[in-house]
Write a protein that binds this ligand. Structure first.
Ligand code: GLU
Length: 487
């Protein structure tokens, strides 16, 4: 029987939940789904200065919103808990004692000044700065003496000399590092808190992780982690370092490129299914040119051997296109739920709309659905219904109202509209044909001046729908305001 795949996502709760983190979480999740394995979520909060419980909450909330659920881990529990590193300090402590007792780790009393001087010297000689190993062989008595004196210390691991630290990365292929460039690095800091590289190894081993799938920026941590796997006698998992996400300018994605956190995309009115679909394609290439994937299809098709080594480019147009696709699957109520906060923010909807307002907003949003790629765009799309600034937006548009036939068209439309018993999209539609016939003008010369006179723009949903949603009074008043009507 082959071994069960166990993967994990291990975020550090030190800020907004970056899109790259979500992609790592998703790849692990999909790998677990694809192989019927287990997905673990662990919180890596040993950086006490930068970790916050607010960020931890944000990450968990964003994962849930994306529908990335986990089998074991924070909040849900499991056999290898606790799942927050600061709750695991006694576990790390136990291993530190073991490593010290076995001579695989040692106390280092070098002061920051000494270390800095050593580093400068090495750099002046053009060498990679690595710790000299000065405290590695301090006599036992000296160590005891210093400890008794209460001298500050860190704990370092013994890194073997002249070894090649190598592994086969599922994405990057064979990777090798020279152990002499790694040196005896710190595993427990002077405040007694173990460092990321150390905790991650103990946790991955105890949580029986088989595949470590994470961002490329951790590639350089891997040699240190290998030293620790060997020292602790743990089996080494398989690594897969997924490439960076770049902005359209091929530079590492950052705030300069726009929104970078999952929360920002949620708040802009993107749908979780769309974001998941998009993130899956950031690095993973399916074996066809299919671009829209249901969750079920992703679970079935995702595999690490189709994850590319070259960086993935975050193409916002593609995300918008995918989101538009998923938005079209929404019914009118769902579409309104997505758009309402944006309408409220723009001041186009009350904070507590009553049934009549909601029903009207629902119709408005539905009419605009072809013009909105994500929720926040609704505010621009529906502007014509709310603004009093509906003068022709540019010269080309203004020219429409200067057509010779425009006054007659607008006047006849006013009369016909005023005479309707009830104004609905269905009752308005026949009026346009009637005007064409009555005035012997082509369709374009009917639709365009009316559209421009009441909205100021030449595009938008069907004119009869706009007229019905705007309502008779507003349309009549705007026709009047055009100053073109024959009395
Ligand atoms: N805690 C690390 C981070 O958030 C993840 C490390 C790992 O996946 O090994 O970047």
């Amino acid at each position: 029987m082959t071994q069960e795949v166990r993967v994990r996502f291990a975020p550090s709760p030190t800020g907004p939940f970056h899109i790259g983190g979500a992609r790592s979480a998703l790849f692990n999740y999909l790998m677990a789904k694809h192989t019927n394995g287990k997905f673990v979520v662990r919180i890596e909060d040993t950086d006490r200065k930068r970790s916050t419980s607010e960020s931890e909450e944000n990450i968990k909330e964003a994962l849930k919103w994306l529908g990335i659920t986990w089998d074991e881990g924070i909040d849900v529990g499991g056999p290898d808990g606790p799942y927050r590193q600061t709750d695991r300090l006694p576990i790390y402590q136990k291993y530190t004692e073991k490593l010290l007792a076995e001579g695989k780790a040692y106390y280092c009393f070098c002061t920051p000044e000494e270390l800095e001087a050593e580093k400068q010297e090495q750099m002046n000689r053009g060498e990679t700065p690595v710790y000299s190993g000065k405290c590695r062989n301090l006599p036992k008595e000296t160590v005891e003496q210093y400890l008794k004196e209460g001298r500050p210390y860190v704990i370092r691991i013994v890194t073997p000399k002249d070894e090649t630290l190598e592994f086969d990365d599922l994405v990057r292929g064979h990777v090798a590092f020279d152990s002499n460039k790694v040196g005896d690095f710190v595993i427990v800091k002077s405040d007694g808190i173990p460092v990321y590289n150390y905790c991650v190894v103990i946790d991955d081993a105890l949580m029986r992780i088989t595949h470590v799938v994470r961002a490329e920026e951790h590639l350089s941590n891997t040699p240190r982690q290998l030293v620790l796997y060997h020292a602790l006698g743990f089996p080494v998992p398989t690594f897969a370092h997924v490439s960076l996400i770049l902005g359209a300018d091929k530079k590492k994605m950052s705030k300069r490129h726009g929104a970078t956190s999952v929360q920002q995309y949620r708040d802009m009115g993107y749908l979780p299914d769309a974001l998941v679909n998009f993130l899956a394609l950031l690095g993973w290439t399916p074996d066809s040119d299919q671009e829209i994937f249901s969750r079920e299809e992703l679970n079935q098709q995702f595999s690490l051997d189709r994850v590319a080594k070259n960086p993935a480019v975050f193409d916002i147009e593609k995300l918008n296109w995918i989101n538009f696709h998923y938005m079209k699957q929404l019914d009118a109520d769902q579409l309104l739920a997505l758009c309402l906060p944006h309408l409220q923010q723009a001041g186009y909807a009350s904070q507590e709309p009553d049934a009549a307002e909601l029903s009207w907003l629902k119709d408005v949003v539905w009419a605009m659905r072809e013009h909105v790629q994500y929720g926040a765009q609704i505010a621009d799309a529906v502007q014509v219904f709310f603004t009093e600034d509906y003068a022709p937006e540019n010269e080309e548009t203004a020219a429409v109202l200067k057509e010779e036939t425009a006054p007659a068209v607008l006047t006849m439309f006013r009369d016909e509209l005023a005479a309707l018993d009830e104004v609905t999209a269905d009752t308005v539609q026949p009026l346009f044909k009637k005007i064409q016939k009555g005035l012997k003008v082509k369709g374009k010369f009917v639709y365009m001046p009316i559209r421009v006179a009441i909205t100021g723009v030449m595009h938008g949903p069907d004119l009869n729908v706009i007229v019905a949603l705007m309502g008779r009074d507003k349309v009549l008043s705007r026709l009047e305001q055009s100053g073109l009507l024959n009395q």
